[in-house]
Write a protein that binds this ligand. Sequence first.
Ligand code: NAG
Ligand code: NAG
Length: 265
Amino acid sequence: MTRLLQLLLLVSMTVASEPSCPACSKYDYEEKVLERMIRMEFAFEKVLKENKIVSETVEQDLTRIKEENERLHATVDALKDQQEQAERRLDSLMEEVERNQSSTLEKIVSDSNTTLEQAIAAFNALKDQIATPLVYFHARTPQTSTLSNGEEIVYKTVETNQGNGYSSTTGKFTAPARGLYLFFMHTCTAANKYAYLQILKEGSVLIASFHTDKDYITCSSSQAFVQLDAGETVWVQCSDGGSNRQLYEHHSYRWTSFGGALIHN
Ligand SMILES: *[C@@H]1O[C@H](CO)[C@@H](O)[C@H](O)[C@H]1NC(C)=O
Ligand SMILES: *[C@@H]1O[C@H](CO)[C@@H](O)[C@H](O)[C@H]1NC(C)=O
């Protein structure tokens, strides 16, 4: 704008210093110069007015641009806030997913543990049903006086009595469970003494034995398998009594004993 004014002034000065009509009078010349100057003044005022309008417009434009700029800043800030919120939400969602996954995993583990424990309990119950219970006994030290016919032998010293089937009062074994049993008797006699013994089940002979030696204290054993129902009894009995029918027992060297075990149910 300033450059335009300078240009106008330069033009008007050039025009003023070189009158277009050299033949004209000085008055005429001055009048024309005046007239031009007035016109120039008008033009100058017009230019100033226009300049003012233009600068006002520019100012308004600047204000608008500033406001627009502020609005843009606000929008950018809001977008940033939204993005941060979204990131925070995403983080907490991912944490929740992780927590859910680990709690789901824990549930699966504990469920399978429960299932496993139930299976183990069922297996143990079944095992108890089919397993052979622990039943066995061994007793020794019968009375060593003369035996009479049909005398039931009572072995007084109980070495072991798992399942409590043997009675050291009666000398009889009572089966606590049904199954296949193995019984034995180990019998010693002094020189020239005789032992006629049998193992009986409910009065029926399972095995019969005779033992003697002319010169020494000797021993022998007899065994018998038998199937018993729970409550059935087995014992040792003298099958032939008499004055020289006599058992022998020595704590360190020779035991006369009776024993048995449940071997299959
Ligand atoms: C996490 O588990 C809860 C409860 O089961 C459920 O309501 C929620 O939607 C799950 N969250 C995710 C992110 O899977
Ligand atoms: C499974 O259960 C048993 C008994 O309740 C417990 O001792 C064990 O720690 C459990 N195992 C798991 C993996 O939870």
